[in-house]
Write a protein that binds this ligand. Structure first.
Ligand SMILES: C[S@@+](CC[C@H](N)C(=O)[O-])C[C@H]1O[C@@H](n2cnc3c(N)ncnc32)[C@H](O)[C@@H]1O
Length: 310
């Protein structure tokens, strides 16, 4: 819960509460995220403050929370991660991209070409958007993105995402579910989310329901002529078992080339054992396999860009 004093404090209060163990007997590592998400959902739906007396709110809505914990996955669709991904997309050096996102949640990071991006070396993205649809992403650049990279242009010719439970951002429940996983005291993230949601709702991407490990081989047989297919994911493969992740890698290895891959690494893949952020890798088969290109905060709030020479 780094970066959220509110959630850190609430977690400390709830950690030893017997009712929490009763409500969520599975005790998975992401339980705090799901429990705090449930409380935030209640806050958004009922416009009340669940943080002053979380114990009372949990006791009061015990059945609803138990159901939420049993049936809802973490759906942190963090649009700021697009700020860390953009240089990776541009580094592929091709003008037309066919996007396939694994675990896109609602797809906020499938429409990244509609956002504006700002880096020390320059900016990227559409200039002429209506104010209500303008989302500009910027963050802390620990190693700069080269200005030359930002001068490249790229067209997205198709966007597809595969998720176990795609979130329909057009509905109130979908929007609330997404928003409840943004930490309640992080106002800038909440505001970014509202803007990204407005952009997404204008023309949502294709979201396919299913397990991407199973579906990837068939999806990769369907390509767009004259475009490079890019399979990418952030914060999703960490939920796979080692065996399932190996199956995913086999599917990528067996797919026809050319093929690009952009991914935040799992803990067990890290080269530097970095804490407090992700390593970002890019592959462009057949030229080169997965290569560390950057490090980034878990929510894309900072970026240390190194490029292919990292
Ligand atoms: C923490 S969210 C991240 C969402 C998005 N990638 C982002 O970074 O904003 C993880 C997403 O991965 C999806 N997911 C996890 N395992 C999956 C699988 N095997 N197949 C399809 N989707 C999966 C979940 O349903 C969830 O939407």
């Amino acid at each position: 819960m780094t970066g959220s004093p509110l959630y850190a404090a609430v977690c400390r209060r709830l950690a030893a509460l017997p009712i929490v163990a009763e409500l969520a007997p599975d005790d998975r590592w992401d339980l705090p995220l799901r429990l705090l998400g449930a409380l935030h959902y209640i806050a958004l739906a009922e416009e009340l403050d669940p943080w002053t007396s979380p114990e009372a709110v949990i006791a009061d809505r015990r059945d609803w929370i138990a159901e939420f914990l049993a049936t809802r996955r973490v759906q942190t669709n963090e649009v700021q991660r697009a700020w860390a991904l953009l240089p990776a997309f541009l580094s592929l050096g091709v003008p037309r991209l066919d996007l396939l996102e694994l675990g896109p949640s609602a797809g906020l990071n499938l429409v990244w070409d509609r956002y504006r991006f700002r880096y020390r070396g320059g900016s990227f993205g559409p200039e002429d958007v209506a104010l209500e649809l303008a989302l500009e992403l910027e963050g802390e650049e620990r190693a700069p993105v080269p200005a030359e990279l930002l001068k490249r242009s790229v067209e997205v010719v198709r966007r597809r995402g595969v998720d176990l439970e795609p979130v329909d951002a057009a509905t109130d429940d979908g929007a609330r579910l997404l928003k409840c996983f943004v930490w309640a005291d992080q106002r800038d993230r909440l505001e970014r989310f509202d803007r990204a949601l407005a952009v997404l709702r204008v023309d949502p991407p294709e979201l396919i329901a299913g397990d991407y490990v199973d579906l990837l081989p068939s999806l990769l047989r369907d390509r767009v002529d004259g475009a490079l297919t890019v399979v990418y994911q952030t914060a999703s493969t960490q939920y796979l078992s080692t065996d399932r992740y190996a199956e995913l890698q086999d599917a990528l290895a067996a797919a026809s080339r050319p093929l690009a891959w952009i991914s935040t690494r799992r803990n067990d893949e890290e080269e530097a054992g970095l804490s407090g952020g992700y390593e970002l890798e890019v592959a462009l088969w057949p030229e080169r396999g997965p290569t560390l290109v950057a490090r980034t905060g878990y929510h894309g709030q900072w970026l240390e860009w190194h490029g292919v020479g990292a």
